[in-house]
Design a protein around this ligand. Sequence first.
Ligand code: DOR
Length: 430
Amino acid sequence: MTNMGKDWLIKGGTIIDPSTGAQEVADLLVEGGRITGIAPSITKEGIHAIEAQGLWVVPGLIDIHVHFRDPGYEYKETIETGLAAAAAGGFTQVCCMANTLPVNDTGAITFYMVEKAKKVEGPLLHPVGAITKGQKGEGLAEIGDMVDQGAVAISDDGNPVMNSEVMRRAMEYASHFGIPVVDHCEDKNLSAGGSIHEGEVSARLGIKGIPAASEEVMVARDLCLARQTGTHIHIQHLSSRGSVELIKWAKELGIHVTCEVAPHHLALTHNAVESYDTSTKVNPPLRTEEDRQALIEALAQGIIDCVASDHAPHSLKEKDVEYDLAAFGISGVETALGIVLKLVNEGRLTPMRAIEAMSTSPARVMKLEGGSLKVGQPAHITIIDPEKTWLVEPEKMISKGKNTPFTGWELKGKAVVTMVEGKVVWREGD
Ligand code: DOR
């Protein structure tokens, strides 16, 4: 890894900054870890230059949904390997889910994550604390203590909060701290025993399905609770057309809701499961082409605010088994940008909207500094080569989780430099 200091002159790149709407060729100056200049031509002696002609210079990408498995499941991923994989994926900041062992339901676990990440020269790590103790859906976790130690939100992701009264109290509590409730929407009674989307493919393969309604009833419930409490809720990994319709309705009503979609739901449908490849097993499941198209359209229109990878690394032990028995999850932090750029290359998203969904919007949702190239901002910057083609090869992935359904895909567009507070934490080819 090359890291020659905190001062850089990034020359001649195409600046794409959704926070200002700027899309223009310019030089960008970084000094002391902050952005100090942006102009058509900047000259400065004795500073390291990055030649960025033909490249995009964008606000550092932010992934607000990753599972780094640390503490407790370090054989699947550690904070170190997760951060290294995120940097290679172009991410400068990540938000880590709480389904670790022990669950991140106390200030002590939040502290452990923050302190471990500080020792890594990589993307910034922001823990998301659990909503309930042990993610059991019963008593509330130590929300205040976790916020004190740096938690930016609460979520029982991996599990829903089935009890509506508990969810209501969690929302009221979160309001006091000004943090969002980050919401895994799944009715466990409807999804019980299911492995893939309930539909034509599940019927044909004889695998028990998970109906779209299992997500939608919980999206509807939590929109009602958000309306009641006035709390900001952020709905995770939206997978169905019905969920999009509900969010659109809620936003029109002025309910404080934001939401995200995962790259795999934008790129794949339940037909991918016909391979019986367990790397296609994910929760919520891959759904129909109609759902996929609705998600892409909603992302383009801004009804869906962000893309978040739901990076869920697993080991072979959990994935090299029968489909029914395999763990849910896709290792996605290194392919997320490439999949989103595929939609750009197909003309479904503008470059500006893609970067907004992967940087400016996630910063806003989690109230993080960043998502902007304005002078004075911390120098969290991603440089993307939009022409670089590359093959998805699990054995070359930095994450310990090789569970990708995109093996062998040729993608066009890749992060070539990832910079955090002026430090280069990833440079393609180094
Ligand atoms: O597929 C998933 N995997 N969905 C989740 O909600 C949790 C995640 C995990 O932790 O593996």
